[in-house]
Design a protein around this ligand. Sequence first.
Ligand code: GUN
Length: 323
Amino acid sequence: MISRRRCSATGPKPRAMFECFCPTRRRPPLTLHSARRIDGTQLAKTLRLEVARQATELSASGHRPGLAVLLVGDASASAVYVRNKVRACEEAGIRSILEHLPADISQDALLHRIEVLNRAPDIHGILVQLPLPAHIDSHAVIATIDPAKDVDGFHVANAGALLTGRPNLTPCTPAGVMAMLAHEGVVLRGAEAVVIGASNIVGKPMALLLQAAGATVTLCNSKTRDLGAHTLRADVLVVAAGKAKLIDGSMIKPGAVVIDVGIHRQHDGTLCGDVDFDSAARVAAAVSPVPGGVGPMTIAMLLVNTVRAAELQLKLGVPDVPH
Ligand code: GUN
């Protein structure tokens, strides 16, 4: 048996090393601290009930909200996402149409279809699922959507409104993350927030929303040097890097709130996020899981945006133009 003296003689070694020299010592529990699990599914359910109530009111006044979802091509992940969006609409009493267009549709034909939907009085929201096939310029597509119907919040008019502090229709995933943080009671004013991933869909609008809420924001990208030096400073860490388990507990500040935007299918068929949940949960105060975190919130915020778009269009008296 290894003596006590030998253990203490090893000095302040990392725990794993200490245990190696002291096999009879009782192992400390693996989970010294376990973070709160931020339940996006539950919060999304609450939001969807409220949206359903608003949609019912609009329908009763003769203006059922309507969303058009355009899917180009056969990417299986995109097909699953749009199916979930359309199903959520139906459950909330929002009329939805799903247009599945061929992968080789010309850009002109797609733009023409969007122009028709722009003029349709019973369609209040238009969503073109991204990514698009390589021959189609996604910027041109987004620019063609009427900003009033841009429920993704991707049009430059909506992106600019967010940038300049007058948000109108806000991108769904970052809006969902903000709702999760608010629900958790996270104080953003004065907080250090770090966002990983600088996409137009998530990272950039996320950084703007956090900044507008009073956080000091660092926006990291795929070329950021020493990512851990940034993440370890974060009181609030939002990870939208698109890399499975990029962030583990060693990169997280104790007591931080961690939101995982990533979703990946692992070899064993299970899903995981950009954050290694188990190790993160030993360090953070709260972590959003995958699945069951940001994903359901993105869909809920799409419904929120669709009802908002319908209300704005009705208040503005958008003329009924036959298509
Ligand atoms: N692809 C991945 N996320 C999104 C999203 O939020 N909206 C659209 N239109 N496409 C996406």
